[in-house]
Design a binder for this molecule. Sequence first.
Ligand SMILES: Cc1cc2nc3c(=O)[nH]c(=O)nc-3n(C[C@H](O)[C@H](O)[C@H](O)COP(=O)(O)OP(=O)(O)OC[C@H]3O[C@@H](n4cnc5c(N)ncnc54)[C@H](O)[C@@H]3O)c2cc1C
Length: 503
Amino acid sequence: MNETQNVYEQIENIVGTKYVSDSEPVCYSYSMNCDFTLQGIPDIVVKPNTPEEISGILRVANKYGIKIVPRGNGADLTGGAKPIGDGGIVLDVTRMNKILDIDEENRIVTVEVGISWSELCEQLSNVGIGYYTGSTGPASGFSATIGGGLSNNTVGGGGAAMYGAVTEQCVGLEVVLPTGEIIYTGAKANSFRDKPFTRFGLGADYSGIFLGDVGIHGIKTKASLNIYPLPEYRGYATYVIKKTKEMTPPERGSKVMIKWQHDRLQLHDFFYYTQSTVTSLKGQKVAKGLINAKVRGATLFYTTVADTQRQLDYNVERIEKIAEDAGFEKLGPTVEEGNIGKWFYEEDGRWQWSNHSWAGGYLFGMGGCVKCPTYQLPDYRRMYDDWVKRNFAKMAEMGGVGGGAEFVAFGVNPTYIDVAGGAGVLSSVEHREAQIELWKDFLITQIKELGAVHYWMGEIIGRSLVDSGALSEEYYNFMITIKKALDPNKILSPGKFYLTDKY
Ligand SMILES: Cc1cc2nc3c(=O)[nH]c(=O)nc-3n(C[C@H](O)[C@H](O)[C@H](O)COP(=O)(O)OP(=O)(O)OC[C@H]3O[C@@H](n4cnc5c(N)ncnc54)[C@H](O)[C@@H]3O)c2cc1C
């Protein structure tokens, strides 16, 4: 019996025959995320059901020196949830998808991390007075899991302007360490405490080293998150921002967004769509309102929430005055008239706004979402345009047509925005290597020219960050020290940030 078979049998003994596979179609399908590239085909795919099973699998992997990559729903766009290079095990956590506790008194939900954002919010909405998670995960949240979101430091709207990234809602985690030990972080690390309530205390912020870690420090199995009552009153409006003689739409838009943020208005979300994003939404018939609306220009929409009509009127008046003073044209109140703010809030738009651009198809998407101060929005527009100008001929050569670089920018609590998007070129297997090089160039340009702070670090972004030289030697050594202490045998997600190559 060869080693892989031996490992397979030991894992089969842990999870049962039904939940492990080495069949070619299964392994091949787990060699991909939503992105096209960086394909590594695993030898084994396993779907455990408990932290103890995960612990057992990790112990086997340590014994035989086999790599493991944790995976939620594989909606990653940067090569995160699949092996770097062939071989190893992909560990899919989606069988672990139950809500374990809803502490209404303290407004905290504890879940198994394989549940999706939309499923969790749907179930929460039917409990007591009706709740949600505040920041409701990524635009892929119909399938993406809580564990994937916390590992990717996800933010996607659905409350981001009010609550921030999903990691900010986390008050504790259960994690299986790479060597197999199971720990709880946050207040529940006190074994005399039955329920979590804060992420801090009992030492340093140990939850923090697992949040946004892209699965290199441990496998999350349970997470506790703050929850909030569903707001009774909601308001939304959508504006068109045209170019003026003095200012471009991103310049005009960012000024208003900054004022909204500085005035601490009750914004639940605000989104800036470029003219081409609007055109694309129209073309794809995603937001039905934009199909007929004669929108020419960028758009900006906001959503606000309140507990009373009076409070709502107050919010709407203050938010809209700033947009009106800036001379933005307001579209009609219905979705059909172009009010995509309403579509976003009332019609699950928060879980769909980017599906047209990221859901595969004919484009090779070079994802490069970043977080940045709101005032940098015009700089990103300039950088993207210049980069496309420099690379247009190259893109045309490799894909048959030229490509572009686009983004949507949205508010994140308290004073920054997320510039979500990247570049795209017609997908072509023949030119794949050149396309990956181009993607790296795009990422490194973002990092060097604008000090970009990416957050899903998957394979390509984490490695481009290192390749760009942005990390000081001391910082990088600090990352290596932590990784080595937790994962001495280089089992978990090896290759990310090249960390396991360094010890
Ligand atoms: C249409 C579309 C829209 C998107 N919109 C957004 C958006 O608005 N905002 C955003 O941030 N991202 C977005 N993404 C990217 C991605 O979907 C999200 O980051 C999402 O949170 C990933 O969740 P997942 O469950 O699919 O995780 P996966 O893709 O399975 O994994 C993501 C990363 O987390 C690690 N991981 C997963 N589960 C665990 C675990 N239990 N323990 C430890 N590590 C783990 C994986 O190894 C991988 O590195 C989008 C993607 C698509 C296709």
